[in-house]
Write a protein that binds this ligand. Structure first.
Ligand code: TYM
Length: 330
């Protein structure tokens, strides 16, 4: 059997080069070696308040970006999470086998909760819904950025606990992390991860940012008190710029050293900007073509849901049966 890959992105705010280099770009590269399912996780997005109109727009934008980046709809399934109700159903069933202590340890929950005035229960349950996304399809591999490793680990713990309580049911999913680009940092502050929600103007490069804006953001990126690249003493800002270049170019460490050692920061930034633009510009052109026909996106999303729903439903049936939940006599 061909192994299955599953991953997801929240349709909240602007997709940025961190999402691309840590996740989406790798999905594109690996998709044909696997049976691939990529989710737009709208039910995760609403764990913090989203303006309904913006969320609606964002979901479609995300689907367009998946396709523009190179997700092949003839091979891979693009699924809006809420269109397959089994995600929510399995999440509840798994909630009942998940100790609260496990969720209290999640670093992302602690960070997000600290930033909210009122913390919804959904934010606390968020990793269980993510475990449901993964286990619903018996995924073998979950390609994510570094910040999601703890959540995938939790999905494994939940699967193990379920299997030991009710008998072998779930496949153990493995995490796949990019060698370079698994944690892209903010350009304005290289000590914090690049995120969709940070408000600083120079924080991120959005995948749909026009070339001029990309250049401006990268040219203003925070570096350190040196003036040229020194691989032994460089600070996190320079390391981040080099990671962005390396992840886009696929260069080896050796090539990076030979090319960049001693280069002045101004030139480094110029080259990082050019490399970034050369990848994003063609994607943006494809994005405009794809979204010119809104019914095309709907067709792809409908097809995705239609194909994965039977897989999802059969897992939920199996789980219910294992747990002793009411199922009809056969
Ligand atoms: P989300 O939407 O925050 O991010 C989507 C993907 O992008 C990666 N990522 C990064 N990679 C490198 N550098 C960064 N600065 C950076 N920021 C984000 C994330 O690690 C992720 O892979 N909970 C998930 C979505 C999710 C999911 C799933 C993922 C829901 N269900 C099932 C995998 C499997 C999230 O919020 O990702």
């Amino acid at each position: 059997m061909i192994p299955r890959v599953l991953s997801g992105i929240q349709p909240s705010g602007n997709l940025h080069i961190g999402n691309y280099l840590g996740a989406l770009g790798n999905w594109v590269k690996m998709q044909h070696q696997f049976e691939s399912i990529f989710c737009i996780v709208d039910l995760h997005a609403i764990t913090v308040y989203q303006k309904p109109e913006e969320l609606r727009t964002s979901i479609r934008e995300m689907a367009g970006i998946f396709l523009a980046a190179g997700i092949d709809p003839k091979h891979s399934r693009i699924v809006v999470q809420s269109t397959v109700p089994a995600h929510s159903e399995l999440a509840w069933l798994l909630t009942c086998v998940t100790p609260m202590g496990w969720l209290e340890r999640m670093t992302q929950f602690k960070a997000k909760a600290a930033a909210q005035e009122s913390v919804g229960d959904g934010l606390f349950q968020y990793p269980v819904l993510m475990a449901a996304d993964i286990l619903l399809y018996q995924a073998n591999l979950v390609p994510v950025g570094e910040d999601q490793m703890q959540h995938v680990e939790l999905a494994r713990d939940i699967a193990q606990r379920f299997n030991s309580l009710y008998g072998e049911t779930f496949v153990m999913p493995a995490t796949k992390i990019a060698e370079v680009g698994a944690r892209i940092m903010g350009l304005d502050d290289p000590t914090s991860k690049m995120s969709k929600s940070a408000t600083g103007a120079g924080h991120r490069v959005g995948l749909l940012d026009p070339p001029e804006k990309i250049k401006k953001t990268i040219m203003k990126a925070t570096t350190d008190s040196n003036s040229a690249v020194d691989f032994e003493t460089m600070g996190p800002g320079v390391r981040n710029l080099l990671s962005i270049f390396q992840a886009f170019s696929g260069w080896t460490n050796e090539q990076m050293r030979q090319h960049f050692a001693g280069l002045r920061y101004g030139d480094l930034k110029k080259q990082v900007a050019e490399m970034t633009i050369s990848h994003l510009e063609p994607m943006q052109t494809r994005y405009r073509e794809i979204t010119a026909d809104p019914t095309y996106l709907d067709r792809i999303l409908q097809e995705g849901a239609d194909i994965v729903t039977p897989i999802a439903n059969s897992t939920v049936e199996l789980v219910k049966e294992r747990m002793g939940i009411y199922t009809k006599a056969r």
